[in-house]
Design a protein around this ligand. Structure first.
Ligand SMILES: CSC[C@@H](O)[C@@H](O)C(=O)COP(=O)(O)O
Length: 345
């Protein structure tokens, strides 16, 4: 049964992806037919956000197997796996999803292999939607009544059709009547918060106020924020968390103002093989993302630029990590190990 969601339409032999580089109001679809097309969509951020990247990579590999038909085999899929794995480095969900598909290589090759990969990709997508619902409810239960939240980047349902991760908590809090306001940081340089989060919340009449990233400190100092809620791209075994550039700044501010700093992510974002945040590869992107926006120059041509797409928040600044299988309070190596031991396999 093909899955239909707002931004990823799986149509058996191709994948339609809503192009997130544009304002969602200006809907444009990308028609992806193979693994190279899926990798391109991920690299260019036509599809973005850690869980959506994993889901798209899974469908991309399944598409490749369908394209190979009777010739599909582990050996012939190896180049497609490599292309997808090289698309973006930071979000672990990409590698986790490819591993889940690789685990289905054993068994009959050819068309049967294609069917197994399609089923696994659909399962990853469905599991993610269920995980979003659950973690949204668990996270909302941590908030005070009538909460004003600050969020960063876009962690929403736009890509996967789920509830969202940090925005899953926002949605659940809104449904429970516990949400007063969401401050959405615009998230320079790519402006995911301004373009996507603000749009997404406005569609559901959830109260949102867009702010420049640099306004966060004043808001907190003036008592207008009760908690900061963000997503994650990779969480190391000690709880250090990679997320969109600017997240670390918010965690430092939240600690100074004694505000809860909550990270929301599915279990697929936990990377027990990564000792700590120092080992996480931080993607660096095109300097022109900082120098220009759209067709407009924002800085002198040729101005040297440093454009890391993510940063790492040390675990000691995080109040809780919320996944679909539980809340990890005061995350550290032991708390993460306990979470892994407790969660259903
Ligand atoms: C959607 S889960 C959280 C993160 O993936 C999100 O905050 C983020 O950093 C996305 O980065 P992006 O570069 O837009 O893919």
């Amino acid at each position: 049964m093909p899955i239909e969601s707002p931004a990823i339409h799986w149509l058996d032999d191709h994948l339609l992806l809503l192009d997130q580089r544009r304002l969602p109001a200006h809907t444009e679809w990308l028609d992806v037919r193979d693994a190279a097309g899926a990798a391109d969509a991920i690299r260019q951020m036509a599809v973005r956000g850690a869980p959506a990247i994993g889901i798209t990579a899974a469908y991309g590999l399944a598409l490749e197997a369908l394209r190979l038909g009777p010739g599909a085999s582990a050996a012939r899929l190896a180049p497609a796996l490599d292309v997808l794995a090289a698309s973006r480095p930071t979000a672990v969900n990409l590698f986790w999803a490819l591993d889940r598909l690789r685990a289905r290589f054993d068994g009959e090759p050819g068309a049967a292999l294609g069917k197994r990969l399609v089923r696994e990709a659909e399962r990853i997508h469905q599991d993610d939607q269920a995980a979003n619902q659950r973690l949204g409810e668990l996270g909302a239960a941590l908030l005070p009544p009538n909460a004003s939240l600050y969020t960063h980047c876009n962690t929403g349902a736009l890509a996967t059709g789920g509830h969202g991760t940090a925005l899953g908590i926002v949605r659940s809090a809104w449904r429970n009547g516990h949400l007063k306001m969401v401050f959405a940081g615009e998230t320079r340089p790519w402006l995911q918060g301004a373009r996507l989060t603000a749009w997404e919340l406005m569609q559901e009449n959830i109260p949102v106020t867009l702010v420049a990233d640099s306004a966060a400190g004043l808001l907190m100092a003036r008592g207008q924020v009760d908690a900061v809620v963000v997503g994650a791209d990779r969480i190391a075994a000690n709880g250090d968390t990679a997320n969109k550039i600017g997240t670390y700044n918010l965690a430092v501010l939240a600690r100074h103002h004694r505000l809860p700093f909550i990270v929301a992510a599915p279990d697929s974002t936990l990377d027990p093989a990564m000792e700590n945040g120092a080992g996480i590869v931080i993607e660096e992107r095109d300097p022109d993302e900082v120098r220009r926006f759209g067709g407009t120059a924002m800085a002198p041509d040729g101005c040297p630029v440093y454009n890391p797409a993510f940063d790492v928040t040390p675990a000691e600044l995080i109040t809780a990590i919320v996944t679909e299988s539980g809340v990890i309070r005061s995350p550290d190596r032991q708390a993460l190990a306990d979470h892994f031991a407790r969660r259903p396999s």
